[in-house]
Design a protein around this ligand. Sequence first.
Ligand code: G4P
Length: 529
Amino acid sequence: MGIELTKEAERRRTFAIISHPDAGKTTLTEKLLLYANAIHLAGSVKARRTSRHAVSDWMTMERERGISVTSSVLQFEHQSRVLNLLDTPGHADFSEDTYRTLAAVDSAVMLMDHSKGVEPRTKKLFDVCRLRKVPVITFMNKLDRAGLDPIELIDDVSSQLDLRCAPLFWPVGMGRNFKGVVEIATGDFLLFNAEAHGTTAILADRVPWKDAKDRVGAAEFDKVEEDLELIREAGETYDPAAFLRGELSPVFWGSAMSNFGVETLLDYLAREAARPSGRTTEDHIRIEPEEDRFSGFVFKIQANMNPRHRDRIAFLRVVSGCFHKGMEVKLARTKESLRLARPQSFMAQERASVEEAYPGDIVGLHDTGKLRVGDTLSTGSLLRFSGIPRFAPEFFGRMRLRDPLKRKQLDTGLEQLAYEGVVQVFFSPKEGPQSAVLGAVGVLQFEVLKERLKNEYSVDAIFENLPYRHARWIIGEERSVAWLRAGSSFKVLDDRNGQPVLLCETSWTIDYALEKAPGNLELFDIEPL
Ligand code: G4P
């Protein structure tokens, strides 16, 4: 074990922000970069946002619709730690992309608008984190606006997500009366400065809370004292080990727009967020970050990030060992050797060439179509990490060719794009690719598919919606699977790994199948690996 490797791995903190649209993810991301001195917000936040979109707008479609499909990786340093922030698409239609990205992080910041509490996407993304026991840090945003009573909010989050919440700070007032937060561990009062928002990283002034009565007014002071008493007696106590096990979430409060709370969150991320974790192979071997041999897995493939070079980038999360530019690795799936010649790192919004990377880091690899989502690359003996599960699609359709002579191009395109994770493809083993049913978690995935089939495979096809709304991976005894396949009320197709999948229009069919099937049958909305 190299000392250098252990030291570098120990420095890494790899995380993502999960939130419902509009909670303030873009704003918080920019403010984290600002406080880490990684960017200087020369103009307004808005200006920055526009320029960011210019980088990520890799498709005309995306530009036209004004949405950002791409996710990038932002690397910056704070307090001698290297933070990798994996940005995720804002649009709910690309949540499959976000799910995959969450497979590559070690912690997540769950950002909420404190006037709304848990919203549908917050819940869904939290559930994905829970699947992998990813530790979650809660940040209640927009305290400069009126919101829910903090005690009620904490109760609501705990009960809706079945999560122990331990506030590290407590808010004093809100909206126009927002005065700041009390740090529970130290009894310090961090003062909100309404003037501070914008482009400079100002640190909040601290005074002892016990001396703050005059400053905040007797009524507010007494209310906060009462709240603090209540959480001391009946609330959760912060326990770092429980946080790292994903069982307890520390809670922060602030206003990303006004820069308040950003420094406390950033300090916490650098200090206490989970260090890079190892991964388990399909043969149940645990690979830890400090192992000398290099290993990593591809969690995302992104085409055409830069419209000027029509390239494809595979995002690789380093699991163990040190990555060197030009190194030769093996791709376990094909047993091929690959030289990683032009790797890229992602520094703030710029892509730069990377010489070395360590566990927890994300490297961008130029891909000529060899790599697939879930692939493992390693030195030494062949390794295969257990894959990245796919989530049940909720929208279905098929492609009808305008020109029947393009069948081959369509089949190749669908196969490759499915491996990139653009859509999922199911087909009947008897009828082959002709029977392909396409599935997506969000309908815009189909738009991307159509666009890319046209641009990259010269396939002009008409997309037809199919009425299915649910898909379930089938695990069961042979006779129960055969019963499902034979039933006229069931549509069973195979996924690309040959696993049977039940497609249906209503959830009633799922209940019916589970009740009536002979033998043991289980149906999963997440691909069983
Ligand atoms: P998202 O990426 O999660 O979708 O959210 P984004 O940061 O784009 O923020 C959504 C809206 O919420 C923006 O307002 C943003 O300015 C605002 N916002 C973010 N953080 C705070 C906060 O702490 N306090 C308040 N009051 N507002 C906040 P917008 O009107 O949609 O855009 P803009 O014109 O302000 O840029």
